[in-house]
Design a protein around this ligand. Sequence first.
Ligand SMILES: Cc1cc2nc3c(=O)[nH]c(=O)nc-3n(C[C@H](O)[C@H](O)[C@H](O)COP(=O)(O)O)c2cc1C
Length: 175
Amino acid sequence: MSKVLVVVYSYTSTARRAAQLLSQQQGWELAEIEEARPRSGVLGILRCILDSIFRRCPEIRYDGPLPRKFDAVVLVSPIWAGRLAGPMRTFVTHRRDHLPEVAVVSVMGGRGAPNAVAEIGRIIGRAPFLSAAFTAREVDDGSFAGRLRAFGSAVAGVKDSSAVVRPVALSPQVA
Ligand SMILES: Cc1cc2nc3c(=O)[nH]c(=O)nc-3n(C[C@H](O)[C@H](O)[C@H](O)COP(=O)(O)O)c2cc1C
């Protein structure tokens, strides 16, 4: 995959830092999903949890490039209440018929990434071809950088979509 777009949603900036590093490491374009109604405080956190429990799709803004102009898109998102964060659910749902090959990076406290990958697969009707998961602690202390580079190289190394073998998960430390 030579043309890859990184699309991130981040609430408290951990996923954003992971996406920025991936973008820098591989020289890939980066775009961000923003919420139409930003969250804050306890009510904001409660809304995150309710979005996950009821699999809601909160309203978002996305001003980035069209994903279908790329060979692949890497979706970078936090885990909320064991599931995909709501704003990324909205993005994937709105664009499900216009996404190229999809890879997934989850950031989390420690559990829930496989659920997010499975949900994205259900929405788009095919499994993401590669996924990786990192804990917020790994992102904070920088120890994730090597595995993130390996993940990016694996995405870049896929020659074309017909060569995609799915699904593969690169998350040995948090599986
Ligand atoms: C409302 C809420 C629910 C969360 N639920 C989970 C969870 O079920 N499993 C988990 O491993 N981490 C959970 N986390 C932790 C986040 O996934 C983690 O801190 C992540 O790095 C946040 O990414 P961000 O800083 O880009 O928003 C939760 C965080 C929030 C705010």
